[in-house]
Design a protein around this ligand. Structure first.
Ligand SMILES: NC(=O)c1ccc[n+]([C@@H]2O[C@H](COP(=O)([O-])OP(=O)(O)OC[C@H]3O[C@@H](n4cnc5c(N)ncnc54)[C@H](OP(=O)(O)O)[C@@H]3O)[C@@H](O)[C@H]2O)c1
Length: 349
């Protein structure tokens, strides 16, 4: 999508010395601290495409980086933020031209290279995805890495023969970014969905997203045998730990578990029994380095038949500012956030 000449003229009004605002993470002795800095393009890591950032969002990984609760970044200081959408200012490769609307998600920005929480970003060309028709710049960030990852889980599960006939899909961390989108996406793709949540009181939100069943995580009987009564057709797991172990014991024969996250724990204590006696598959879902054709294909689906029906009305109805990111990150780490926070950065775009 090409934006109007007025917008492209505005986004080009910068040079190497023009200062702009960025949320950067610094290393201070053995810990890290996030703060707002005035930087210039000359401070950013190398890349072929300079983008005027319109929107970003807050993922769990961003919250770990900004609060210092997790080791996400390599090298400091670094602009945080793993996802962005915006308008190309300049490009050293012919694929992109000033004025092009683009998005970047989970391609090591905000981790290895400078990221999205700034008015401008400079990124490697291979990380850039043309904004697909069917999504605007805000919707792209309402989805962000969370939406992309939920779609990747759906694709991997379908590729491994997951069908609605196998039974209900259990989705853990259901009110979080990935979880809420997964509930909406799997439901509209024809699956029955059970939302497993630690937030009592989120029933209305989850029902509107499409959950057929809502389960308070704390009331789940996790069991301990290698195989418990088979209850789920498949699962999308954002938690890891004992919740993921429970899912391995309770998914029906030939069902798939998309292992996405570790919000509860990175450990997994289970046995091989579910895999060899029920044919259960544990599918790794990794949204950062993947074949470019997969990335482009999934974004096309997210912009068309897989676009979550509740994306702006339910999942990401609110927009926060760059300045509000640190407080929102604290909320995410405390497990108190619901859905997705979109961050408005280039307010004139
Ligand atoms: N593999 C990948 O490529 C990839 C991509 C994106 C995200 N992830 C991972 O996926 C997970 C979810 O990411 P997100 O961006 O959706 O995060 P999020 O918005 O913070 O959602 C996480 C959800 O998990 C639940 N939760 C949080 N802390 C918990 C705890 N201590 N114990 C049990 N449940 C807890 C909460 O949901 P309820 O209150 O509803 O239970 C929370 O809303 C994270 O671990 C993230 O790192 C992985």
């Amino acid at each position: 999508m090409f934006y109007s000449a007025g917008i492209s003229a505005r986004v080009m009004m910068t040079d190497l010395n023009t200062p702009f605002k960025a949320l950067r993470v610094h290393q201070v002795e053995k810990t890290t601290v996030a703060r707002f800095d005035e930087i210039t393009l000359a401070d950013l890591s190398a890349g072929q495409v300079v983008i005027r950032v319109a929107y970003s969002c807050v993922n769990y990984k961003d919250a770990l980086a900004v609060t210092g609760k997790g080791k996400i970044m390599r090298g400091f200081p670094k602009v945080a933020g793993i996802d962005l959408s915006g308008i190309v200012v300049s490009s050293e490769v012919p694929d992109y031209a000033p004025g092009d609307a683009v998005l970047v998600t989970g391609s090591n920005i905000g981790e290895i290279t400078d990221g999205a929480y700034a008015e401008y970003a400079r990124v490697p060309a291979e990380a850039v995805v043309p904004l697909p028709a069917g999504l605007n710049l805000r919707e792209a960030m309402a989805l962000g890495t969370a939406g992309f990852t939920a779609a990747l889980a759906l694709r991997r599960m379908l590729d491994n023969h997951q069908t609605p006939e196998l039974g209900t899909i259990a989705i853990t961390g259901a009110t979080g970014g990935v979880g809420a989108i997964a509930v909406n996406l799997f439901k509209q793709t024809g699956f029955q969905v059970a939302a497993i949540t630690g937030k009592p009181g989120s029933e209305d939100f989850l029902r509107k997203l499409g959950a057929d069943e809502i389960i308070d995580r704390k009331t789940l009987d996790l069991g301990s045998k290698p195989l418990e009564t088979a209850r789920w057709g498949g699962a999308v797991d954002n938690l890891g730990g004992e919740t993921l172990a429970y899912l391995t014991r309770t998914v029906r024969p030939w069902g798939n578990i998309g292992a996405i996250g570790l919000a509860q724990s990175p450990t997994l204590n289970t046995t091989v029994i579910p895999f060899i006696l029920r044919g259960v598959s544990l599918l790794g879902i990794y949204s950062i380095d993947l074949p470019r054709s997969w990335r482009l294909g999934l974004w096309q689906r997210l912009a068309s038949d897989w676009k979550p029906s509740g994306l702006t009305s339910l999942i990401a109805p609110h927009t926060i500012s760059l300045e509000e990111i640190p407080a929102h990150c604290e909320k995410l780490i405390a497990g108190q956030a619901k859905g997705r926070a979109v961050v408005r950065i280039g307010t004139d775009l």
